[in-house]
Design a binder for this molecule. Structure first.
Ligand code: NAP
Length: 280
């Protein structure tokens, strides 16, 4: 069994991004908008700031009060859309209930949508056109590539159909010619379907959902989920020991997909900076 080491690959990706960024006439710039005090979101935003510093990017953070109105956030997004030094705009999710997430994400210029959540970028993915790909599934694809796991012709099963992980993951595997099945909470015979997967990507957010018998011997298993136990320890969806005993490749949690998501945000911001400086 080989561990798919996302931490190591993320470090490699960020090193390359930093080298490429240093050669640009203008540094890539990322603006991050955080609304409210959600502790997990704060940790993610701090991570993004550190990553920007490590890659030599310019970054700005807007920590807005939880009770802020839709109009004020919208004005900020519009101002950032017009800023020549900002290549990427990111709104940290989840947002407080009074804000309309869909409208705010749609307000980000698709050219600066480095999270890849705008309908234009989702449409580009569906149509197989260039655009920003969502960071988590892009990170999974980079991990598979790094370890020489070619999805072409393989049976891939994705557990989860969210807009940020499951759906784009399925499309990206399809784009690479896998035969893809998408499972969700209404799926019957989940165990039987998973057990046929050459590539199993799980993103249900349910600790213990994937047992050893659900892993086909020799499969590549990518566990996207982050489930925190009472002691604060992180777990994926897989019963790791049992899954690892059957899999040929498996991601650890933590240290698998999480660091790759962060690295892909830097990759997307670099790509945006290149495009906006007419270098790509
Ligand atoms: P989400 O929006 O809650 O979606 C979960 C999906 O899993 C839904 O489609 C749901 O089905 C499905 N599901 C739930 N229980 C299931 C079950 N028992 N059997 C089969 N399918 C089931 O979550 P998300 O935002 O996609 O995130 C998924 C997980 O990945 C979370 O643990 C999250 O923390 C983690 N995550 C990690 C990263 C990273 O960088 N590593 C990034 C993003 C998310 P329905 O659609 O039918 O409800």
């Amino acid at each position: 069994m080989i561990l798919l080491d996302g931490k190591a690959l993320a470090a490699k990706v960020k090193d390359r991004v930093a080298r490429e960024a240093a050669e640009l006439p203008r540094k890539p710039g990322l603006a991050v908008i955080l609304v409210g005090e959600d502790p997990a979101s704060r940790i993610y935003v701090n991570g993004k700031r550190k990553d920007c510093a490590a890659c030599g990017f310019y970054s700005e953070e807007y920590a807005l009060p939880a009770a802020i109105g839709q109009g004020e956030v919208l004005s900020l997004v519009e101002e950032l859309n017009g800023r020549p030094d900002i290549d990427g705009i990111l709104i940290q999710l989840p947002l407080p209930g009074q804000l309309n997430e869909e409208r705010l994400l749609s307000a980000i210029s698709p050219e600066k949508d480095v999270d890849g959540f705008h309908a234009v970028n989702v449409g580009n993915l569906l149509l197989g056109r260039p655009g920003f790909r969502p960071c988590t599934p892009a990170g999974v694809m980079a991990l598979l590539d790094e370890y020489g796991i070619d999805p072409a012709g393989k049976r891939a099963v994705v557990v989860g159909r969210s807009n940020i992980v499951g759906k784009p993951m399925a499309l990206m595997l399809l784009e690479r010619s896998a035969t893809v099945t998408v499972c969700h909470s209404r799926t019957r015979d989940l165990a039987q379907i998973c057990a046929q997967a050459d590539i199993l990507v799980t993103a249900a957010g349910r600790r213990g959902l994937i047992t050893g018998e659900m892993v086909k011997p020799g499969a590549a298993v990518v566990d996207v989920s982050i489930n925190r136990d009472e002691a604060g320890k992180l777990h994926g969806d897989c019963d790791f020991e049992a899954a690892a005993a059957r899999a040929a490749y498996i991601t650890p949690v933590p240290g698998g997909v999480g660091p790759m998501t962060r690295a892909m945000l830097m990759e997307n911001t670099l790509l945006s900076a290149k495009r906006r400086q007419n270098l790509r």
